[in-house]
Ligand binder design. Structure first.
Ligand SMILES: [Zn+2]
Ligand SMILES: [Zn+2]
Length: 158
């Protein structure tokens, strides 16, 4: 029996979360992991109970949709809300984080960033990650890794 790797498992979770995104511009997912356990997840969307971009269009200022909270921020805020430490944690994101999210990730004490897709990769964000000793690694999500799930939704385990 082939087992899914940890990297693909956490990256799959971020891609699954991205499917919950309410912004039509880009669907992003983020999973925070500590000691191989998922401690939080987020996707980019409006404030809880707020208007969704998908329903009423994006609220664009200076070419950015300002309606949504980014996936990384949502995952970090979930930890804040429920009092879960993020020190020494790792984060798996579908896209390279924007500059404000990069700063929040560093400040939250996260030590490893895994991203699937390049996304503007701000040079200052890269510089800050280096300075802070946060390891950044591209892990492309391979949909083949979840093929057993699609072929047989409840795999038989012997
Ligand atoms: Zn939007
Ligand atoms: Zn961001």
């Amino acid at each position: 029996m082939e087992r899914i790797s940890w990297d693909q498992y956490f990256m799959a979770q971020s891609h699954l979360l991205a499917l919950r995104s309410t912004c039509t511009r880009l669907a992003v997912g983020a999973t925070i992991v500590r000691q191989k356990r998922i401690i939080a997840g987020g996707y980019n969307g409006s404030i809880a109970g707020g208007t969704h971009c998908a329903d009423e269009g994006c609220y664009v200022i200076d070419q950015h949709c300002v309606r949504t909270i980014h996936a990384e921020m949502n995952a970090l805020l979930q930890c804040a809300k429920f009092g879960v430490p993020t020190e020494e944690a790792e984060i798996y994101v579908t896209h390279f984080p924007c500059l404000p999210c990069s700063k929040a990730i560093i400040q939250a004490g996260i030590k490893k960033l895994y991203y699937s897709e390049d996304y503007k990769n701000h040079p200052y964000a890269i510089e800050l990650f280096e300075q802070a000793g946060v390891e950044c690694k591209q892990v492309k999500f391979d949909s083949k890794s979840i093929e057993p799930l699609i072929v047989n939704p409840v795999p038989e385990i012997n």
